[in-house]
Design a protein around this ligand. Structure first.
Ligand code: NDP
Length: 344
Protein backbone atom coordinates (compact mmCIF):
# COMPACT_ATOMS: atom_id res chain seq x y z
CA UNK A 1 0.00 0.00 0.00
CA UNK A 2 1.39 3.42 -0.93
CA UNK A 3 0.71 6.37 1.31
CA UNK A 4 -0.39 9.61 -0.32
CA UNK A 5 3.12 10.94 0.39
CA UNK A 6 4.92 8.26 -1.59
CA UNK A 7 2.39 8.62 -4.42
CA UNK A 8 3.26 12.29 -4.85
CA UNK A 9 7.02 11.72 -4.69
CA UNK A 10 9.15 10.98 -7.73
CA UNK A 11 11.92 8.37 -7.92
CA UNK A 12 15.10 9.32 -5.98
CA UNK A 13 17.82 10.95 -8.05
CA UNK A 14 21.49 10.14 -7.43
CA UNK A 15 23.83 13.13 -7.56
CA UNK A 16 27.60 12.87 -7.49
CA UNK A 17 29.29 16.06 -6.38
CA UNK A 18 33.07 16.44 -6.63
CA UNK A 19 35.08 18.90 -4.56
CA UNK A 20 32.49 18.36 -1.85
CA UNK A 21 34.92 19.53 0.83
CA UNK A 22 35.46 22.88 -0.91
CA UNK A 23 33.59 26.14 -0.68
CA UNK A 24 31.29 25.88 -3.72
CA UNK A 25 30.52 22.24 -2.92
CA UNK A 26 29.52 23.26 0.59
CA UNK A 27 27.28 26.04 -0.70
CA UNK A 28 25.65 23.67 -3.20
CA UNK A 29 24.81 20.50 -1.29
CA UNK A 30 22.47 21.95 1.34
CA UNK A 31 20.32 23.58 -1.33
CA UNK A 32 20.14 20.34 -3.29
CA UNK A 33 19.10 18.47 -0.14
CA UNK A 34 16.44 21.12 0.53
CA UNK A 35 14.87 20.39 -2.88
CA UNK A 36 15.90 23.64 -4.53
CA UNK A 37 17.47 21.98 -7.56
CA UNK A 38 15.05 19.18 -8.44
CA UNK A 39 11.92 20.27 -6.62
CA UNK A 40 10.17 19.42 -3.37
CA UNK A 41 8.80 16.16 -4.82
CA UNK A 42 12.17 14.55 -5.65
CA UNK A 43 14.23 12.66 -3.06
CA UNK A 44 17.99 12.83 -3.54
CA UNK A 45 20.96 10.58 -2.82
CA UNK A 46 24.27 12.40 -2.53
CA UNK A 47 27.60 10.81 -3.41
CA UNK A 48 30.49 13.07 -2.48
CA UNK A 49 33.94 12.74 -4.09
CA UNK A 50 37.01 14.24 -2.45
CA UNK A 51 40.75 13.87 -2.08
CA UNK A 52 42.15 12.31 1.13
CA UNK A 53 42.88 13.29 3.76
CA UNK A 54 41.84 16.96 4.03
CA UNK A 55 39.16 17.09 1.33
CA UNK A 56 37.56 13.87 2.57
CA UNK A 57 37.57 15.14 6.17
CA UNK A 58 35.89 18.38 5.10
CA UNK A 59 33.28 16.38 3.17
CA UNK A 60 32.70 14.21 6.25
CA UNK A 61 32.09 17.33 8.31
CA UNK A 62 29.64 18.68 5.73
CA UNK A 63 27.85 15.29 5.72
CA UNK A 64 27.45 15.52 9.51
CA UNK A 65 25.83 18.92 9.09
CA UNK A 66 23.56 17.57 6.36
CA UNK A 67 22.46 14.90 8.83
CA UNK A 68 21.79 17.57 11.45
CA UNK A 69 19.46 19.37 9.05
CA UNK A 70 17.20 16.26 8.89
CA UNK A 71 16.24 17.09 5.31
CA UNK A 72 13.16 15.05 4.41
CA UNK A 73 14.24 14.65 0.78
CA UNK A 74 17.78 13.47 1.57
CA UNK A 75 17.86 9.67 1.38
CA UNK A 76 21.60 9.12 1.78
CA UNK A 77 25.05 10.70 1.80
CA UNK A 78 28.13 8.64 0.90
CA UNK A 79 31.71 9.83 0.68
CA UNK A 80 34.35 8.46 -1.69
CA UNK A 81 37.91 9.09 -2.76
CA UNK A 82 37.61 6.83 -5.81
CA UNK A 83 35.84 8.35 -8.86
CA UNK A 84 34.53 5.05 -10.18
CA UNK A 85 32.75 4.29 -6.91
CA UNK A 86 31.59 7.88 -6.53
CA UNK A 87 29.86 7.93 -9.94
CA UNK A 88 28.18 4.54 -9.49
CA UNK A 89 24.56 4.94 -10.63
CA UNK A 90 24.80 8.75 -10.83
CA UNK A 91 22.01 10.53 -12.72
CA UNK A 92 23.66 13.91 -12.23
CA UNK A 93 27.35 14.83 -11.98
CA UNK A 94 28.33 18.20 -10.54
CA UNK A 95 32.07 18.46 -11.18
CA UNK A 96 33.09 21.27 -8.87
CA UNK A 97 36.51 20.19 -7.57
CA UNK A 98 39.48 21.26 -9.64
CA UNK A 99 43.16 21.97 -9.20
CA UNK A 100 43.43 25.60 -8.07
CA UNK A 101 45.43 28.13 -10.05
CA UNK A 102 48.37 28.81 -7.75
CA UNK A 103 50.92 31.62 -7.90
CA UNK A 104 53.41 31.23 -10.74
CA UNK A 105 51.36 28.54 -12.48
CA UNK A 106 51.32 28.82 -16.28
CA UNK A 107 48.11 28.13 -18.19
CA UNK A 108 49.61 24.89 -19.54
CA UNK A 109 50.37 23.72 -15.97
CA UNK A 110 46.77 24.35 -14.92
CA UNK A 111 45.40 22.57 -17.99
CA UNK A 112 47.72 19.65 -17.31
CA UNK A 113 46.85 19.35 -13.60
CA UNK A 114 43.14 19.45 -14.37
CA UNK A 115 43.44 17.28 -17.44
CA UNK A 116 44.47 14.36 -15.28
CA UNK A 117 41.50 14.89 -12.92
CA UNK A 118 38.87 15.32 -15.62
CA UNK A 119 40.04 12.52 -17.89
CA UNK A 120 39.85 10.13 -14.94
CA UNK A 121 36.40 11.40 -13.97
CA UNK A 122 35.12 11.22 -17.58
CA UNK A 123 36.23 7.58 -17.77
CA UNK A 124 34.63 6.81 -14.39
CA UNK A 125 31.33 8.40 -15.49
CA UNK A 126 31.42 6.34 -18.66
CA UNK A 127 31.96 3.12 -16.71
CA UNK A 128 29.67 3.53 -13.74
CA UNK A 129 27.09 6.32 -14.06
CA UNK A 130 23.43 5.76 -14.94
CA UNK A 131 22.35 5.84 -18.60
CA UNK A 132 20.71 9.23 -18.22
CA UNK A 133 23.76 10.95 -16.61
CA UNK A 134 23.90 14.72 -17.06
CA UNK A 135 27.11 16.55 -16.14
CA UNK A 136 27.88 20.17 -15.35
CA UNK A 137 31.53 21.16 -14.91
CA UNK A 138 32.17 24.09 -12.55
CA UNK A 139 35.90 23.58 -11.85
CA UNK A 140 38.03 25.86 -14.00
CA UNK A 141 38.92 26.03 -16.85
CA UNK A 142 35.35 24.69 -16.97
CA UNK A 143 34.75 24.51 -20.75
CA UNK A 144 37.98 22.67 -21.49
CA UNK A 145 37.68 20.44 -18.42
CA UNK A 146 34.22 19.41 -19.69
CA UNK A 147 35.69 18.71 -23.13
CA UNK A 148 38.41 16.53 -21.60
CA UNK A 149 35.87 14.59 -19.52
CA UNK A 150 33.60 14.06 -22.58
CA UNK A 151 36.55 12.84 -24.65
CA UNK A 152 37.25 10.08 -22.11
CA UNK A 153 33.65 8.88 -21.86
CA UNK A 154 32.97 6.57 -24.83
CA UNK A 155 29.67 5.30 -23.40
CA UNK A 156 28.11 8.71 -22.76
CA UNK A 157 26.87 11.05 -25.51
CA UNK A 158 29.25 14.05 -25.48
CA UNK A 159 26.27 16.46 -25.38
CA UNK A 160 25.69 15.36 -21.77
CA UNK A 161 28.91 17.10 -20.68
CA UNK A 162 28.28 20.81 -20.15
CA UNK A 163 30.10 23.74 -18.55
CA UNK A 164 28.80 26.41 -16.21
CA UNK A 165 28.22 29.87 -17.69
CA UNK A 166 24.93 30.48 -15.87
CA UNK A 167 26.69 32.58 -13.24
CA UNK A 168 27.92 34.85 -16.03
CA UNK A 169 24.36 34.94 -17.40
CA UNK A 170 23.03 35.97 -13.98
CA UNK A 171 25.73 38.61 -13.61
CA UNK A 172 24.80 40.08 -17.01
CA UNK A 173 21.08 40.06 -16.11
CA UNK A 174 21.75 41.90 -12.86
CA UNK A 175 23.99 44.52 -14.47
CA UNK A 176 21.51 45.17 -17.28
CA UNK A 177 18.60 45.47 -14.86
CA UNK A 178 20.56 47.94 -12.71
CA UNK A 179 21.59 50.02 -15.75
CA UNK A 180 18.02 50.33 -17.03
CA UNK A 181 16.23 50.47 -13.68
CA UNK A 182 14.20 47.37 -14.54
CA UNK A 183 13.67 43.97 -12.93
CA UNK A 184 15.72 40.93 -13.91
CA UNK A 185 12.43 39.16 -14.66
CA UNK A 186 11.69 41.80 -17.35
CA UNK A 187 14.83 40.79 -19.29
CA UNK A 188 14.68 38.02 -21.90
CA UNK A 189 17.01 36.67 -24.60
CA UNK A 190 20.27 37.63 -23.00
CA UNK A 191 23.16 35.31 -23.84
CA UNK A 192 26.71 34.48 -22.86
CA UNK A 193 28.82 33.22 -25.77
CA UNK A 194 32.12 31.36 -25.64
CA UNK A 195 34.45 30.63 -22.75
CA UNK A 196 33.84 31.00 -19.00
CA UNK A 197 36.78 33.38 -18.78
CA UNK A 198 37.50 37.06 -19.25
CA UNK A 199 37.08 36.56 -23.03
CA UNK A 200 33.38 35.59 -22.73
CA UNK A 201 30.87 37.67 -24.67
CA UNK A 202 27.74 38.81 -22.79
CA UNK A 203 25.36 39.74 -25.63
CA UNK A 204 22.70 42.41 -25.06
CA UNK A 205 21.94 43.02 -28.74
CA UNK A 206 19.34 40.28 -28.87
CA UNK A 207 17.98 41.03 -25.41
CA UNK A 208 14.48 42.36 -24.78
CA UNK A 209 13.47 44.39 -21.75
CA UNK A 210 9.76 44.34 -20.96
CA UNK A 211 9.12 43.37 -24.59
CA UNK A 212 11.30 46.10 -26.15
CA UNK A 213 14.76 45.88 -27.73
CA UNK A 214 17.30 46.27 -24.89
CA UNK A 215 19.40 48.59 -27.06
CA UNK A 216 16.57 51.17 -27.25
CA UNK A 217 15.92 50.98 -23.51
CA UNK A 218 19.64 51.41 -22.85
CA UNK A 219 19.74 54.44 -25.14
CA UNK A 220 16.93 56.04 -23.15
CA UNK A 221 19.17 55.64 -20.10
CA UNK A 222 22.08 57.32 -21.87
CA UNK A 223 23.92 54.06 -22.54
CA UNK A 224 25.27 53.63 -26.05
CA UNK A 225 27.51 51.11 -27.80
CA UNK A 226 30.52 52.57 -26.05
CA UNK A 227 28.92 51.83 -22.69
CA UNK A 228 28.27 48.25 -23.84
CA UNK A 229 31.87 47.65 -24.91
CA UNK A 230 33.61 49.85 -22.36
CA UNK A 231 31.57 49.25 -19.21
CA UNK A 232 29.03 46.41 -19.45
CA UNK A 233 31.09 43.69 -21.14
CA UNK A 234 34.23 44.13 -18.97
CA UNK A 235 32.09 44.46 -15.82
CA UNK A 236 30.43 41.08 -16.44
CA UNK A 237 33.56 39.34 -17.72
CA UNK A 238 35.73 40.53 -14.83
CA UNK A 239 33.15 40.31 -12.07
CA UNK A 240 34.89 37.28 -10.52
CA UNK A 241 38.10 39.29 -10.04
CA UNK A 242 36.12 42.22 -8.60
CA UNK A 243 34.47 39.89 -6.04
CA UNK A 244 37.90 38.54 -5.03
CA UNK A 245 39.19 42.07 -4.55
CA UNK A 246 36.24 43.25 -2.45
CA UNK A 247 35.38 40.07 -0.57
CA UNK A 248 38.90 38.78 -0.14
CA UNK A 249 37.91 35.41 -1.65
CA UNK A 250 36.32 34.09 -4.84
CA UNK A 251 32.58 33.85 -5.52
CA UNK A 252 31.00 30.94 -3.72
CA UNK A 253 27.24 31.20 -3.13
CA UNK A 254 26.65 32.83 -6.52
CA UNK A 255 28.65 30.07 -8.26
CA UNK A 256 26.62 27.44 -6.35
CA UNK A 257 23.41 29.22 -7.37
CA UNK A 258 24.55 29.21 -11.00
CA UNK A 259 25.25 25.46 -10.90
CA UNK A 260 21.90 24.71 -9.26
CA UNK A 261 20.04 26.91 -11.78
CA UNK A 262 21.90 25.23 -14.69
CA UNK A 263 20.82 21.74 -13.63
CA UNK A 264 17.32 22.82 -12.62
CA UNK A 265 16.70 24.34 -16.06
CA UNK A 266 18.17 21.32 -17.86
CA UNK A 267 16.05 18.86 -15.94
CA UNK A 268 12.84 20.79 -15.24
CA UNK A 269 12.90 23.09 -18.30
CA UNK A 270 13.63 26.77 -18.87
CA UNK A 271 10.00 27.81 -19.45
CA UNK A 272 10.53 28.45 -23.16
CA UNK A 273 13.14 31.14 -22.44
CA UNK A 274 16.82 30.83 -23.41
CA UNK A 275 19.46 30.45 -20.69
CA UNK A 276 23.24 30.23 -21.17
CA UNK A 277 25.06 26.88 -21.01
CA UNK A 278 28.47 25.72 -22.18
CA UNK A 279 27.62 22.92 -24.64
CA UNK A 280 29.34 21.00 -27.40
CA UNK A 281 29.27 22.95 -30.65
CA UNK A 282 28.15 21.20 -33.81
CA UNK A 283 29.08 24.34 -35.76
CA UNK A 284 26.04 26.48 -34.79
CA UNK A 285 26.50 30.22 -35.35
CA UNK A 286 29.82 29.44 -37.03
CA UNK A 287 31.38 28.32 -33.72
CA UNK A 288 33.94 25.66 -34.60
CA UNK A 289 32.61 22.13 -34.15
CA UNK A 290 34.05 20.08 -31.28
CA UNK A 291 34.55 22.67 -28.57
CA UNK A 292 32.39 23.34 -25.53
CA UNK A 293 31.22 26.91 -25.91
CA UNK A 294 28.50 28.90 -24.19
CA UNK A 295 25.32 29.38 -26.24
CA UNK A 296 21.75 30.43 -25.51
CA UNK A 297 19.81 27.18 -25.09
CA UNK A 298 16.19 26.31 -24.44
CA UNK A 299 15.64 23.39 -22.08
CA UNK A 300 12.60 21.18 -22.10
CA UNK A 301 11.80 17.76 -20.75
CA UNK A 302 15.37 16.90 -19.72
CA UNK A 303 16.88 18.04 -23.04
CA UNK A 304 18.38 21.28 -24.32
CA UNK A 305 18.61 22.80 -27.76
CA UNK A 306 20.66 25.75 -28.96
CA UNK A 307 18.28 28.65 -29.68
CA UNK A 308 18.78 29.52 -33.36
CA UNK A 309 16.83 32.78 -33.32
CA UNK A 310 19.70 35.13 -32.36
CA UNK A 311 21.06 37.66 -34.82
CA UNK A 312 24.80 38.18 -34.83
CA UNK A 313 26.00 41.52 -36.16
CA UNK A 314 29.57 42.57 -36.87
CA UNK A 315 30.08 43.86 -33.31
CA UNK A 316 29.00 40.55 -31.75
CA UNK A 317 30.87 38.45 -34.29
CA UNK A 318 34.16 40.11 -33.37
CA UNK A 319 33.69 39.21 -29.70
CA UNK A 320 32.49 35.68 -30.43
CA UNK A 321 35.47 35.02 -32.73
CA UNK A 322 37.87 36.10 -29.97
CA UNK A 323 36.41 33.90 -27.23
CA UNK A 324 36.07 30.93 -29.62
CA UNK A 325 39.73 31.34 -30.56
CA UNK A 326 40.65 31.08 -26.86
CA UNK A 327 38.69 27.82 -26.61
CA UNK A 328 40.44 26.50 -29.72
CA UNK A 329 43.82 27.42 -28.21
CA UNK A 330 42.93 25.60 -24.97
CA UNK A 331 41.82 22.56 -26.97
CA UNK A 332 45.06 22.59 -28.94
CA UNK A 333 47.07 22.87 -25.70
CA UNK A 334 45.38 19.84 -24.07
CA UNK A 335 45.71 17.90 -27.33
CA UNK A 336 49.44 18.63 -27.37
CA UNK A 337 49.66 17.47 -23.75
CA UNK A 338 48.00 14.19 -24.80
CA UNK A 339 44.99 14.84 -22.55
CA UNK A 340 42.19 14.48 -25.09
CA UNK A 341 40.60 11.07 -25.35
CA UNK A 342 39.14 9.56 -28.50
CA UNK A 343 35.44 9.71 -27.88
CA UNK A 344 34.52 13.13 -29.21
P1 NDP B 1 35.96 26.29 -4.73
O1 NDP B 1 34.92 25.38 -4.22
O2 NDP B 1 35.90 27.72 -4.32
O3 NDP B 1 36.01 26.24 -6.33
C1 NDP B 1 35.98 25.03 -7.03
C2 NDP B 1 36.20 25.27 -8.49
O4 NDP B 1 35.14 26.05 -9.02
C3 NDP B 1 37.49 26.04 -8.81
O5 NDP B 1 38.09 25.42 -9.94
C4 NDP B 1 36.98 27.42 -9.18
O6 NDP B 1 37.81 28.05 -10.11
C5 NDP B 1 35.71 27.04 -9.86
N1 NDP B 1 34.80 28.12 -10.18
C6 NDP B 1 34.06 28.15 -11.29
N2 NDP B 1 33.35 29.25 -11.38
C7 NDP B 1 33.66 29.97 -10.32
C8 NDP B 1 33.27 31.22 -9.89
N3 NDP B 1 32.45 31.97 -10.60
N4 NDP B 1 33.73 31.66 -8.74
C9 NDP B 1 34.58 30.91 -8.04
N5 NDP B 1 35.01 29.71 -8.42
C10 NDP B 1 34.56 29.25 -9.55
O7 NDP B 1 37.39 25.73 -4.39
P2 NDP B 1 37.95 25.10 -3.03
O8 NDP B 1 39.42 25.18 -3.17
O9 NDP B 1 37.26 25.64 -1.83
O10 NDP B 1 37.49 23.59 -3.14
C11 NDP B 1 37.91 22.73 -4.13
C12 NDP B 1 37.80 21.34 -3.57
O11 NDP B 1 37.94 20.45 -4.64
C13 NDP B 1 38.88 20.99 -2.53
O12 NDP B 1 38.26 20.50 -1.37
C14 NDP B 1 39.70 19.91 -3.23
O13 NDP B 1 40.14 18.93 -2.34
C15 NDP B 1 38.65 19.35 -4.16
N6 NDP B 1 39.12 18.63 -5.32
C16 NDP B 1 38.51 17.45 -5.54
C17 NDP B 1 38.84 16.68 -6.59
C18 NDP B 1 38.16 15.40 -6.76
O14 NDP B 1 37.05 15.25 -6.25
N7 NDP B 1 38.77 14.45 -7.44
C19 NDP B 1 39.87 17.09 -7.58
C20 NDP B 1 40.43 18.39 -7.28
C21 NDP B 1 40.05 19.12 -6.20
P3 NDP B 1 38.98 29.05 -9.70
O15 NDP B 1 40.07 28.21 -9.06
O16 NDP B 1 39.39 29.65 -11.01
O17 NDP B 1 38.36 30.04 -8.75
Amino acid sequence: MFTSDSQSQKKPVTITLTGAGGQIGYATMFRIAAGEMLGADTPVRLRLLEIPPRGVKAAEGAAMELEDCAFELLESVDIFDDPQQAFEGANIGMLIGAHPRTAGMERADLLEANGAIFSQQGAAISKSAADDIKVVVVGNPANTNALIAASHAPDVPSERFTALTRLDHHRALAQLAAATNTRVSDIKKLAIWGNHSASQYPDVFNARIAGRAARGVLREHGKDEQWISGVFIPKVAKRGAEIIEVRGGSSVASAAHGAISHMRSWILGSGGEPVSMGVLSAGQYGVTEGIISSFPVICDNGCYEIDNSYEIDEFSQKYIDKTVQELLDEKEAVKTLGLLGESL
